[in-house]
Design a binder for this molecule. Sequence first.
Ligand SMILES: [Zn+2]
Ligand SMILES: [Zn+2]
Length: 115
Amino acid sequence: MPDHVPTDFREHEPAVSPTDTFAVVRSEDGRWYTVTGPCPTCRATVVFRVAYGVLGPPKRLLGGGRRTPEPLTGSIPVYCQCGYPHAEKPPESPDSGCGAFWEVPVPPPAPGTTT
Ligand SMILES: [Zn+2]
Ligand SMILES: [Zn+2]
């Protein structure tokens, strides 16, 4: 695992190396996706959680208990949240990383898998 690279902060979309792999884990109730992998720019391991199914249009609740959202398809926009200091970061920036953002493809759901 390479060390963290203290690049200057810059909002940019880096190319993701094909050798970098990202774990996309869907929560049990289908409402969260956790993406874990190396930042393509600063090489820190980024754990990125996205809410899914809770920010969409309100669903009609007609009894029958909780419904699990359909599995996400496509890709998840991720941005670096390494937490390391990066020079040139504007103080007003809400980012806690190097400014990199990229998209992680969501693997197709594996039927019957419960991990
Ligand atoms: Zn960083
Ligand atoms: Zn980064």
